[in-house]
Write a protein that binds this ligand. Sequence first.
Ligand code: UD1
Length: 384
Amino acid sequence: MGFLPILRTREQMKIIHVIGARPNFMKAAPVIRALADYRVEQIVVHTGQHYDFNMSDVFFQQLGMPAPDVNLQVGSASHAQQTGHIMCKFEPVVLEKKPDLVVVYGDVNSTVAAALVCSKLMIRVAHVEAGLRSFDREMPEEINRLVTDQLSDLLFTPSEDGNRNLEREGIAPEKIFLAGNVMIDTLVRMLPEADRRLPADLPSRYALVTLHRPSNVDDLDWLGSLLSSLERVGHDLHVIFPVHPRTRQKIASLGIDPAKHGQIRYLEPLPYLDFLALQKHAAVVITDSGGIQEETTFLGVPCLTVRENTERPVTITLGTNVLVGRDTAVLSRELHRVLSSDRKRGGAVPLWDGHAAERIAKVIAGKAGAARPQGAEILSGKTL
Ligand code: UD1
């Protein structure tokens, strides 16, 4: 299907936003807000991939997002089942609502499932956070990124490496827009409020830990040695660890009781503002999350990423991120360095400025002829 520069000229363009898992919510929130400035009807579909209050609802509350118009309530299952359930339940929604455009976010199963449904129904897809590549096909998210980008008609990249990856994969340059990072839009907007949520009993110096990737938590031997290593860190530095549900299950299968935690302070998954406040004041963040690599770079907080690779290389070349791989010796060496004066100091990443969603909305509305009369010109080309 070729890309048409004008989608459909009509009074009001209809857009469906598909979100499903925790990192989608902070990416969609600024795009929905920015599109509210244009003549568009917006429908929010939550797939229900994440369903716990503290993995989903609390984010809607804190980010001031409209409640989803539709919840597909798919829940957890194997990859094929979860992706298939989302497709089966999303297709009738698309057929009923007849959107002009469906916007998908990030790299989760909800993203690829919605893109697949739309491509077969000849409904155009916009992918926010396109072009990121870890070049590691053992990561389920990498498969989701590759497929979603091939199926998308508008591809919004957070950094220039994304444009290069897409062009190398044969995506037509006129579909690609370097927009910047929508996750940073949310961070910039919410930071003043997050500052007011610092717990009174917070230690002056602490490491903040998050781990949930299958590569770290599904391999119980490795997870066990990682936790032992964090226990040792806890002798010198407080360790605060909000635990993802997947990780909690795995820690339980190791026979570790988080209530009798030794040196690590295990917490439930935290709401957005509370986690952001902890990130901003951390001496170091130890993580395998994609979004947290970006947030720490923006905040200038040292980040040690427990992965062999990253799809976000600018966080290393320009930011504060260091890959420590699957090696606890490297983790402790880098930790020592980070806590000394020898630590890596990051700089700003171009277009991570709090305005990425405005640039995205301008392109989307411009393509549909939905821009305000006094509003923007119709944009084309690959860089905004
Ligand atoms: C998903 C995304 C990952 C993202 C992460 C953020 C995919 C392939 N992976 O991984 O890219 O970084 O979300 O959190 O889409 N669970 C609950 N309650 C919930 C959600 C999940 O208990 O609200 C449990 C379920 O038992 C499930 C496990 O967590 O088995 C994993 O959930 P799932 O959505 O399959 O993947 P994530 O590991 O969360």
